[in-house]
Design a protein around this ligand. Structure first.
Ligand code: UDP
Ligand code: MG
Length: 318
C-alpha cells in the first residue's frame, strides 16, 4: 500500500424494515467517522424491506456521496445480508454493524486502532444487560454453552455481528461459500489474530427486533448443524448402548433356557412395551437428526446463491 493513499474502511449495515432509525443512525455514524483519518464507504444492504426503508436510504445516499445501497430481491435474512455486504466491500478494513443503534458506533475508532496494531479481527462481545429480557439472556447463555461443548470451534458467548476485519480476513471469509451461515462461528473457525472488545448493548433507537422467534431458531439450527456432528454421535452412542443391552438380555434369556428354568421367565408385556417405545422414540429422534443433515447437504449441493442483488447504487452511478 502506498503511504500517500488513505486507508479505506467499509461499514456494512444490514437493514430490514428500519425506516425511522436510518436517518438518525447515519448522522450518528458520520459524527464518529468524519473525525477519523480514513476514507469511509457506507454499504447499506436493504434485505427486502417493505416499509419506507428504500426511500430513507435514497435520501441518505443523496445527502452523502460515500453511501452505497445494495438492495436484495427479497428478505434473505441477517446473515445473508451481511454476506452480501462483505462480498461487495473493497475496503482495507470492513466493519459490520446493525442499523438499529444497538451496536455503538462510538467504538469504531477503538476497533480501527486495534486493526492498525495488527489484529485481523476485532470481535465485540455483548456483556450481560439488564435491559435485555431474562428469556433472551438465559437462552443465549445456554445456547453458547451447549454449542461450545458439541462443536470443535470455540465460539465466544455473546459474540455479536459487530466486528472489524482486515482485508485478508474478509477474503478468507469470502472463500467459505456455505449456504447455512453462522458468521460468528465461521469467523472464529478461520483463526487469525483476534481482539475481543466487550460492550454494553444499547436500546434500539426505534422499532422492534426483526429477529422473529422463527429466525432465531433457524440461526441456532444453522449454528448447531453446521458446526457439530454431535447429534449424529448421540444417535450412534445410544444405538451402541441399546445394542449392548439387547446382547445382555439375550444372554440372560439363554441362561434360563440352558438351565431349563423357562418357567422363571415372566410374561413381561409391560417391560417389552417400554423397551419398544424407548427404542422407537430414539430411532425417530435419530432419524430426525439424520434428516436435518440430509436437508442441509441437499441445500448445499444445490449451490444456490446465498442472496440475490436486485440493485446496486454503485453500478447505477457508472
Ligand atoms: N436484519 C436483516 N434481515 C433480517 C433481520 C434483521 O437485515 O431478516 C437486520 C436488522 O435490520 C438489524 C440487524 O439485522 O440491522 C439485527 O437485527 P435486529 O436488531 O432485529 O436483531 P436483535 O438485535 O433483536 O437480535
Ligand atoms: Mg437489534
Amino acid at each position: 500500500m502506498s503511504p500517500r493513499r488513505k486507508r479505506t474502511v467499509d461499514l456494512v449495515i444490514p437493514v430490514f424494515n428500519e425506516a425511522g432509525v436510518l436517518i438518525p443512525m447515519h448522522a450518528r455514524l458520520r459524527a464518529v467517522v468524519d473525525a477519523l483519518p480514513y476514507q469511509f464507504t457506507f454499504i447499506y444492504v436493504d434485505d427486502g424491506s417493505s416499509d419506507n426503508t428504500e426511500a430513507d436510504l435514497k435520501a441518505i445516499a443523496k445527502s452523502d456521496p460515500r453511501v452505497r445501497v445494495l438492495a436484495l430481491s427479497r428478505n434473505f435474512g441477517h446473515q445473508a445480508a451481511l454476506t452480501a455486504g462483505l462480498d461487495a466491500s473493497e475496503g482495507d478494513v470492513v466493519i459490520s454493524l446493525d442499523a438499529d443503534g444497538q451496536h455503538p458506533p462510538e467504538m469504531i475508532p477503538q476497533m480501527l486502532e486495534l486493526i492498525a496494531q495488527g489484529y485481523d479481527i476485532v470481535q465485540t462481545q455483548r456483556l450481560d444487560n439488564v435491559q435485555q429480557g431474562r428469556f433472551k439472556r438465559l437462552t443465549s447463555a445456554w445456547f453458547y454453552r451447549i454449542l461450545n461443548v458439541i462443536s470443535g470451534t470455540r465460539i465466544l458467548p455473546g459474540a455479536a455481528d459487530f466486528r472489524a476485519m482486515s482485508r485478508r480476513a474478509v477474503n478468507a471469509l469470502k472463500s467459505m461459500p456455505e449456504y447455512h451461515r453462522f458468521l460468528r462461528g465461521m469467523v472464529s473457525w478461520m483463526g487469525f489474530k483476534t481482539a475481543i472488545l466487550p460492550y454494553h448493548e444499547q436500546q434500539r433507537t426505534a422499532g422492534v427486533s426483526k429477529y422473529s422467534p422463527g429466525k432465531m431458531i433457524r440461526l441456532a439450527m444453522d449454528a448447531i448443524f453446521s458446526f457439530s456432528l454431535a447429534p449424529l454421535y448421540i444417535g450412534l452412542s445410544l444405538g451402541g448402548l441399546f445394542f449392548l443391552l439387547a446382547l445382555f438380555e439375550a444372554a440372560y434369556v439363554l441362561y434360563f433356557w440352558i438351565t431349563g428354568q423357562t418357567s422363571h421367565l415372566a410374561p413381561g408385556w409391560s417391560s417389552l412395551m417400554f423397551m419398544l417405545l424407548i427404542i422407537g422414540g430414539f430411532l425417530m429422534v435419530v432419524l430426525g437428526f439424520i434428516g436435518v443433515y440430509v436437508g442441509y447437504i441437499f441445500q448445499e449441493v444445490k449451490r444456490r446463491p446465498i442472496y440475490i442483488v436486485k440493485s446496486d447504487s454503485a453500478e447505477e452511478k457508472e
